[in-house]
Design a protein around this ligand. Structure first.
Ligand code: IPE
Ligand code: IPE
Ligand code: MG
Length: 236
């Protein structure tokens, strides 16, 4: 029997550049292949009963890449919006774009808002695309929002003001590409996420690789600060 899928899976989709380099292709070809891999991953998550998928597509720090790579990534997002949204919507995917929109062009901002509106009725899978996102930005914008409204800064209030307040925290956080770091992804929300690092480059991260991560997750014991004995008592 397949293990119960985690409710919320988050992924740092890393390794596109190296995938392209190994093939003597430009980095943007790796990002293009990365979009294909994401499409496959979304389908697999829907099939496996994952309810929320959150992916890191462009970090606050990725602006520091060569200008042609940055503009290539922006273009890729723009194209993906027009090409993928109808099919995603048909499969029951509800899209959210998570990140600082102020750094994006007006046209891009309109495209993101439109894609969110077009998929707002869907309920099968929530797909959060973190774009121009940084965990530190998220904490700062949440705190600034509370301060502006004169609200006390408590854990609960901050949690509600964070950019992912519409979903529970990730159960499983996967990073592909072999690096073992968070790179300013969901700093607040991954407090108790199970971490899984895959050597696979993101374009090569297929269904079997996802199943490996899900199986590893199913074998973990999540204690949330309690002891193992307490957990056995509560469920046994
Ligand atoms: C991740 O792949 C995608 C983005 C950061 C946009 P990379 O482009 O970081 O790929 P590597 O790490 O250089 O291989
Ligand atoms: C993290 O990957 C960001 C995304 C996957 C969008 P990076 O490739 O930017 O991370 P570092 O620079 O290796 O830490
Ligand atoms: Mg990288």
């Amino acid at each position: 029997m397949a293990p119960v899928a985690p409710y919320h899976v988050a992924i740092v989709m890393d390794g596109n550049g190296r995938w392209a380099k190994r093939r003597l292709m430009p980095r943007i070809a790796g990002h293009r292949q990365g979009v294909e891999s994401l499409r496959r991953c979304i389908r697999a998550c829907v099939q496996r009963g994952v309810r929320v998928l959150t992916v890191f597509a462009f970090s606050s720090e990725n602006w520091n890449r060569p200008p042609e790579e940055v503009s290539g990534l922006m273009e890729l997002l723009g194209k993906a919006l027009t090409r993928e949204v109808p099919e995603l919507s048909q499969s029951g995917v509800r899209l959210y774009f998570v990140g600082d929109r102020q750094g994006l062009s007006e046209r891009m901002r309109q495209g993101l808002a439109q894609a969110e509106a077009d998929t707002a009725h869907n309920e099968r899978l929530v797909l959060n695309v973190c774009f121009n996102y940084g965990g530190r930005w998220d904490i700062a914008q949440a705190a600034a929002g509370l301060a502006a409204r004169g609200e006390p800064i408590t854990e609960l209030a901050l949690d509600r003001a964070m950019a992912l307040a519409h979903v529970p925290d990730p159960d499983l956080l996967i990073r592909t590409g072999g690096e073992q770091r968070i790179s300013n992804f969901l700093l607040w929300q991954c407090a108790y996420s199970e971490l899984f690092f895959s050597e696979r480059l993101w374009p090569d991260f297929d269904e079997a690789a996802l199943d490996q991560a899900l199986a590893a997750f199913a074998a973990r014991e999540r204690r949330f600060g309690q002891t193992s004995e307490q957990l056995v008592r509560a469920t046994g």
